[in-house]
Design a protein around this ligand. Sequence first.
Ligand SMILES: Cc1ncc(COP(=O)(O)O)c(C=O)c1O
Length: 912
Amino acid sequence: MSQRGDRAPVRIDQFFAGLGARGDQWRNLVELAEAWCDGSGSRASFEAALAEITPTEEFHAYPGLHLLTALRDQAAANEARATATLVRRITRALLTRSFRQHATDWDAHEDGEAATADVLPPSLGRSEAHQPYFEVLVVTGAPAARWLALAAEWRRLRRSQDAFIYEPVFVGSFEDAFCAAILNPDLAAAIIHEGFPFRSRRDAPILRPLAEAVRKRERVGGMPLDLAQTLKRVRPELDLYLLANGDVEALAGSPEARALRRVFYAVEELLELHLAILEGVQDRYDTPFFDNLKKYAQRPIGTFHALPIARGKSVFKSDWIRDMGEFYGPTLFLAESSATTGGLDSLLEPTGNIKKAQEMAARAFGADHVFFVTNGTSTSNKMAVQALLAPGDIAIVDRNCHKSHHYGMVLSGAQPLYVEAFPMTEYSMYGAVPLRTIKQALLNLKAEGRLQRAKMVDLTNCTFDGHIYNTRRVMEECLAIKPDLIFLWDEAWFGFARFSPFLRPRTAMGAASDIETWIKDPRSVAEYEKQQAELGAKPSTELLLSTRLIPDPRKVKLRVYQTNSTHKSMSALRQGSMLLVKDVEFHSVEAQFHEAVFTHASTSPNQQLIASLDVARRQMELEGYGLVHNAIEVALAIRQAVKEHPLISKYFHVLGADQMVPGEYRHSGFTDYLDPKSNWAVVRRSMHEDEFCLDPTRMTLVCGTAGFDGTQFKGLLANRYNVQLNKTSRNSVLLQSNINNTRSDVAHLIRVLVEISMEIDQRLAQGGANVRSAFNARVKSLMTDVPDLPNFSHFHAAFRKDAGKRTNEGDIRSGFYAAYDAEGCEYIRLADPEIDRRLKHGPDLVSANFVIPYPPGFPIMVPGQVITQETIDFMRKLDVKEIHGYDAAEGLKLVRADALAKRVGPAPKRAA
Ligand SMILES: Cc1ncc(COP(=O)(O)O)c(C=O)c1O
């Protein structure tokens, strides 16, 4: 697609205009230079485009000041051909990232004639071994004219034995440092000198208020420390070094200096700083378990244990299964082991490198502790529920959550108090649970004097379809009602969000860290007391529901748990999951956690899974920021392409934030990422204020309007086009972008959608009236004849013996085991009129098990639940084949009325 100046220029502060946009800008420059060469363009347009990108290019080491100046000089000298050659080379080096290894890419002249030590990174291309490359931000008050010379000084520090190679990037102000941290994903460290101004030399109308807003929050004392806090907030993984001129000892001892890795006295040896930078990156690069596994695999080890596949001899010597060895390669078998010693460690009782790897993961994900789990988040959830809840405890649970939570309640004997997400009936899916509903449940428990039994709030963030909670607000308001509540956030899909400054505050750990800071702030008590005075001694329930409640910071016990399927959004092997802990009371449940690990973890955990968790952490700490940025860009590119393509948009659309999140939950007024008015500041406001936001990487593509149901469309994409999708609904499919996607994937998907749209178009044009009316009828059936989503009804009285009147919790465990009594159960087929008779005249139909249709994937019945007309209507309308817990031939499994009566016991005698 041509960009020759006929497209609006990309501003530096356009929302998420990141790496991809940068590549486009350089390709655009190539086109302009070539047009100038062949006479169809002009030098002026090339120079204008170059001038436009220069401010943001200065935030990157490559092409850098030297090559940018060379480019400008060549253009000024009217050298069209030389300019085109150079801009082509730079663009190629940028797109292939070859500048990280090839010294010649840094040279303005193709023949390499002017390679001086001042310009070229000396060890690029020289080293035999691959040296990973990163960039270091240097924030300085030194005049820009000196930056080239200063960069040369930095390069002279390089030694061939350095494990990594880096390039400095100089900026001269707070604002520029902030922009560079946002725009340059290659940064791994920042050096902050004292003595630089706040304002940039450049203009950035949208970034400016954003930088100011962030600084306001972080204003802790002096520009360098403010900047350090701000950079930590945007990119917590960056190592920060302060070069101070004055009283370094006092500075290093101040609490605000915690954001810094080290404070140096400015006039000291630069070599020390250089070594510190390398050591800091090495700290993130180390993968204690993986490193040891690699060493272990190299050792000649004789095995006399029960893992014959280890070392691969039985595989490679076999005539019959050698292909498996060839497929996976020998390393896999060398790395297979059942050992927990000799350089390895035990996942069940880690004391060595797994323990270390878990501690590093805790640092990376902002937790106090991390448990590695090798059987998916299904297991992490069950572990957390088992460890934190005891029989009879009440947990407020999203009824629409993953089944592992429901099974966790069965295992633990805790009583789920189900709360409902807002329905999105037209797409046969649920949103997320409104905070008002959660508060109402807590206030009901309080009114009945049973609040002390409520131990946990258990929610999914983000939901399968991308609804992100305002985690901080949910926790604060719930803590205002019960200050020691435990929060379990199922972030199966959302682990990557830690590495985006926009999404991080909405993660469990991001919000927990903000609440922790708030608790420590002396102003918080006054804030709380002011609200208490306003609420008065006996606030009405309505007032409590409609007020944004502030908890008492002196009473709050912050207890936050998060589970994430590392394998779903990072580079971990399937089933790799983490359980994150930030709990001031963890010491009181630690033993229970060990029991939960012993209950659920295999005694033969897979070494490769553990290693991949270790490596996934390394990657996210070193390049997660750029990768996540890319995943978001890819998603926005897909959303944009589907919306703008004249043919695709006739039949398909991706639901925007405004369609996924009803207006009442978007107070900031944010509509969608594609809205031309959406920029960083607008998105940040929405992320800060709105009750729910949409994860841009989760795209609900409506296909019912093209005449496909979700399952059908998923099959078509997989079988005919090799495109794999996430989940489906009656009339939509869920596309998900991740850190693995490229712009080529976007191109492939769009091409496929064009092809399918063309086919529909042709079929409708050529098929005549009958085909068109059949198509319209199908679309109508998929888009409007949608079944109402059934709410959770209630548990039968047999399973609510100790329940209150206003809340719906129940003893799901007894309900579950009722199914084990074959005599006490019966089956009735869905179509049997007996169902309708019982619904009308009783006795109650009570489900004996979980019934979970896929899609949509939530339990429409749980054990012990009374089945209602809505549930039966929904089931009868469902046209899906896969329904877990339901066998169409046998019918619904129900607990018999007489078995229920026995459980309820005799009716209480009436008083005479
Ligand atoms: C919200 C949620 N939690 C947990 C899980 C289970 O995760 P895993 O597949 O890692 O066991 C899923 C799986 O789809 C899920 O959607």
